[in-house]
Design a protein around this ligand. Structure first.
Ligand code: T4K
Length: 370
């Protein structure tokens, strides 16, 4: 059996580079609580992501929970969101005691269908929470127009959109706030990690309190908060990985183009549309298996597995259909999301994926057209 190929593989600095970088911690013994590396990574990411403000978090999910909480929406308020995402997006809303109202997606790029948002707005709606899924940029202008007309907040889940620029500006500078994930599986990682980006300076203080128990001095706890801080070992991993980010994205681009070149002629395999105003970070390689392909998505997934190739069904099922939500949302009109979710497959894709491995994957997919 050929060697296993997983859907992704963490990008890492060399062992020596990381070990050298963490050495000073054995002098300082300062491992967390907004240490110097946490602060330095905030400075560097603010510049790299081209955002006005940033707050680092222990992971992307807590970043989502913290920013939703920071807005202080009344319990039971409704948040319009997409079900075509990783379950974190939906959980973060529910764990804040808010109600997700699912909006269908567009077949073209998998992002929220902005034409369907307004019908879902009620007197209880407080926010729109779309996802730049796979790094595909949502219709930012239209979502903002709707939000402004109805006095709603816009919080983007930008977990997949690290470094993406839209119309020349960092993607995290749009809306009221955006959330990034720096999980081990992402284009840029801090092992686990995440960040919230935003413009309103007051949010920095609110998030600071929320991520560190509300502590403002040895004898002063100013507000009620959790613990969601990024520690120094995570921050140092981020500083090391950030040094190599251009190279990492370039390596991904090369592999992306190779896959595209070989798959674009395959009948029944479709790609999501690209937004001409947006840059790409080559985070994932999703393909859509259409009816005129030789087999359905699940059969292709199984075929790849039989060759020791671990593609993943990101994102299936849609979150509204997951066991913990299904009874509430069985009747929701989400036909495009359900269809896309049933047809999508993300094939192995990462910085160090070798050409031979890509050829093995391509061989399984190609030459099977009806
Ligand atoms: N919003 C969205 C839209 C998201 O996609 C995510 C996370 C979040 C919010 C929340 O952000 P975080 O709190 O996670 O920062 C993975 C990731 O764990 C998750 O971060 C990611 N989205 C999601 C799409 O994918 P799983 O359950 O598929 O991971 P797992 O353990 O099956 O790993 C997948 C593959 O990655 C493995 O086969 C090999 C590779 N891998 C994995 C790990 C853990 C590595 O190379 N190194 C590793 O350390 O969720």
């Amino acid at each position: 059996m050929d060697e296993k190929i997983l859907v992704t593989q963490s990008s890492m600095p060399t062992y020596e580079e990381y070990i050298e970088a963490i050495k000073p911690l054995w002098e300082s013994c300062w491992l967390t609580n907004m240490g110097e590396y946490h602060q330095e990574l905030e400075r560097q990411l603010k510049a790299y992501l081209d955002v006005p403000e940033i707050s680092l978090m222990v992971n992307g999910h807590m970043a989502l929970e913290m920013i939703i909480q920071a807005f202080g929406f009344p319990e039971g308020s409704e948040v319009i969101t997409t079900p075509f995402t990783f379950v974190s997006t939906t959980h973060a809303i529910v764990r804040n005691r808010l109600i997700p109202v699912f909006c269908d997606i567009k077949n073209s790029d998998g992002t929220m269908d902005e034409a369907k948002i307004e019908d879902l707005i009620t007197e209880k709606t407080v926010a729109i929470l779309p996802v730049h899924v796979y790094g595909n940029v949502c219709n930012i202008e239209e979502i903002q127009r709707i939000a402004d007309n109805h006095g709603l907040r816009v919080i983007y889940d930008a977990a997949h959109a690290f470094g993406v620029k839209y119309k020349g500006r960092g993607i995290g500078s749009y809306g009221d706030a955006s959330v990034f994930s720096f999980h081990a599986t992402k284009v840029f990682n801090t092992i686990e990690g995440g960040a919230v980006t935003f413009s309103d300076k007051d949010l920095y203080e609110k998030l600071y309190n929320l991520k560190n128990f509300g502590i403002r001095g040895e004898e002063c706890v100013a507000s009620i908060g959790a613990n969601a801080k990024m520690n120094e070992l995570q921050a140092i991993m981020g500083l090391c990985n950030l040094k190599h980010i251009e190279q990492a994205v370039a390596a991904r681009k090369e592999r992306f183009l190779y896959y595209r070149e070989h798959l674009q002629e395959v009948k029944g395999i479709r790609f999501f549309d690209e937004n001409k105003d947006a840059g790409k970070n080559y985070a994932y390689f999703p393909i859509l298996i259409e009816d005129d392909y030789a087999m359905n998505r699940d059969a292709l997934y199984d075929l790849l597995r039989s060759h020791n190739i671990y593609a993943r069904k990101y994102f299936y099922p849609i979150t509204a259909d997951m066991e913990c939500y299904a009874s509430q949302y069985a009747g929701a009109e989400l036909s495009t999301a359900r269809k896309v979710s049933k047809n999508v497959l993300t094939i192995p894709f990462y910085e160090k994926l070798e050409k031979e491995q890509m050829n093995r994957i391509l061989q399984c997919i190609k030459g099977r057209e009806k």
